[in-house]
Design a protein. Sequence first.
Length: 403
Amino acid sequence: MSNGVYGCLSFFSGALGLDLGLESAGIHHLAVNEIDKIACQTIRTNRPTWKLYAQDIRELSVEQLLSDHNLKPGDLFLMCGGPPCQAFSTAGKRLGLNDERGNVFLHFLDIIGGMLPKYVIIENVRGLLSAALQHRPLHLRGKEHPPLTQEELPGGALKHIISRLEAYGYGVSFNLYNTANYGVPQVRERVVLLCARGGRTIPDIYPTHDEKGRFELEQWRTFADAVKGLPAQQECAKYAERRLQYLRLLKPGQNWRHLPTEMIPEAMGKAYFAQGGKAGFFRRLAWDKPAPTVVTCPTMPATDLAHPCEERPLSVQEYARIQTFPDSWRFEGKTADKYRQIGNAVPVVFGQKIGEHLLAYEVGKEILPPSPIALSRYRRTGRSAWESVLAEAAVEAQLALPL
């Protein structure tokens, strides 16, 4: 704690979604760090008095940070950050900590070990739960190749991160959270690690909302709730006519499956024969449900984010409402830059819930017991259950080896 306040250093801060939420909860930012030039412009526009390290985190040292803020190791209340998630994304190559972006995660851990803040918050994508510490290309796997090593097994990256944090003296808890359960009008699932110095274990964050309003919780917020009152004129990308000819045939909440049967192969092209989920193709949002996860571009074919009725993708303003940014928040750059910044952000309201939960733990308030409802759409994503899953997977991998 610095100067009697809950001081925080934030890294990989982007458009300040998490940070704005933490600020709303009562946390004071000593400085933020971001390398993206346009995101830095957004930070300067909205929080001109905040100290900004506009550089690669690997250019920052513990010594510099301690000196700049007149701190000693252990003085800082909180460090937070969402290291680049592409290294762990299930949609990418999943190179994990081998990836250049994974390496910045390791430097982030080095800074934690040097600063020794009282608490650490780390946010990342679901793929972090299963990413390997070392990636082996698919063409080098199989019976004709050596079995996967411990570092190459699923979950190795997170196991390494946890071991580093525990070596610094932190208790580490985590889970996969669906932000719709916390008042965000969006089904967006992210891993959040909550770390406390002294080996203490912070409980999971109890939901405030439920899909059907059960357990005396509020009902999920919908897309209609989110965009109510927006002006007619909004900043928006455009669809090509080829996309529009199919979208015009769809109603709110529908996708490619609702096109006339004879048109589907032509509309989908090669994707029609692809394996895996295809729910994002030609997808119109439903008015009465939360939005799907907003991504960095609303017009990508496999993750389409079309307005329920109008002949356009979601607007920048709708994106910001779904991510629960205040209407006064200004995003710098071109339209594509704004979508990218918003799509990469932590929803502000979810960030606030994280901050409130942490401060409640800090002052000794009673924390609600484990939730009676699932925190996300996936099972066994809390730490103890996750470790059991990995142990089972390791046994299966050994049993599958040739004798």
